[in-house]
Design a protein around this ligand. Structure first.
Ligand SMILES: [Zn+2]
Length: 254
């Protein structure tokens, strides 16, 4: 039940993210004006804005001018929904659930923007931290585990230190947005278990290296091409949240 409700929230938040990823890189307000068709300017009403269902009913086209709005909104809504559902499966009904859903929403929005514009807008990083970190503190106190707040600080520090070293060593290969994002990821993973910070970063770098090599082999990218790294950090973090302990167990051969 918790999983279904969480997944439904994911659809709504995913729908909101389609607005965020469209407007934040342009510096436009995410509140007003309301959503409109990019082609004919038709203001979207309630029945155009029901996640997934509106898209399916209209087959991804504007109701008036029939302009194709693309499959992106649908993918964004479904990815957010699935991630929220997985976190509900992981955490159950707990204060940690809204905290980690805030992280998921932030990471999905940031990854989307990074793929398109190769930038990680700091406003989204800061808003995610401003919502998520207090929720993590509440979750730690409700569980009577205040030590998790120290684990959070430790995780943030370790992630920032590691990414700072990579940033200097890579001489411009790594974006400063990735460094700015790292303490947020470290705080979340550290809250769970400071060891998960290493798991998340390792998976992120490994996935990024694999995709980078494949793209080079396919001739799609040269050594100098900047591959957006945000989505890989996001992927590593979400995998570490879900199965971090199993990764550590496998590594330790227990
Ligand atoms: Zn239209």
């Amino acid at each position: 039940m918790t999983i279904a409700i969480s997944a439904a929230y994911g659809l709504i938040i995913g729908s909101f993210l389609t607005v965020v990823v469209d407007r934040v890189p342009r510096g436009a307000s995410i509140v007003s004006p309301g959503s409109a068709c990019g082609s004919c300017g038709l203001r979207l009403g309630f029945r155009d804005l029901v996640p997934v269902f509106s898209w399916l009913a209209l087959r991804g086209r504007c109701r008036r001018c029939r302009t194709n709005i693309g499959i992106e909104p649908l993918i964004l809504e479904l990815v957010t929904s699935v991630t929220f559902g997985l976190f509900a499966w992981k955490f159950g009904l707990d204060w940690a659930l809204p905290a980690f859903c805030a992280l998921a929403a932030g990471l999905i929005g940031l990854s989307w923007i990074d793929l398109r514009t190769k930038r990680l807008p700091r406003s989204i990083i800061y808003v995610t931290a401003a919502i998520g970190i207090p929720l993590l503190c509440v979750a730690a106190l409700v569980r009577h585990e205040p030590r998790r707040m120290w684990m959070m600080l430790l995780g943030a520090g370790c992630a920032l230190a590691f990414m700072g070293i990579v940033y200097v060593a890579s001489r411009g290969g790594m974006g400063d947005g990735d460094v700015r994002l790292s303490p947020l990821l470290g705080a979340y993973l550290g809250w769970l278990n400071p060891g998960f910070v290493a798991v998340g970063l390792f998976i992120g770098f490994f996935a990024g290296a694999v995709v980078g090599v494949v793209m080079m082999a396919a001739g799609r990218a040269g050594r100098k091409t900047a591959v957006p790294f945000g989505p890989f950090l996001a992927l590593g973090t979400i995998v570490a949240v879900l199965v971090g302990q199993r990764c550590i167990d496998i590594f330790m051969r227990r």
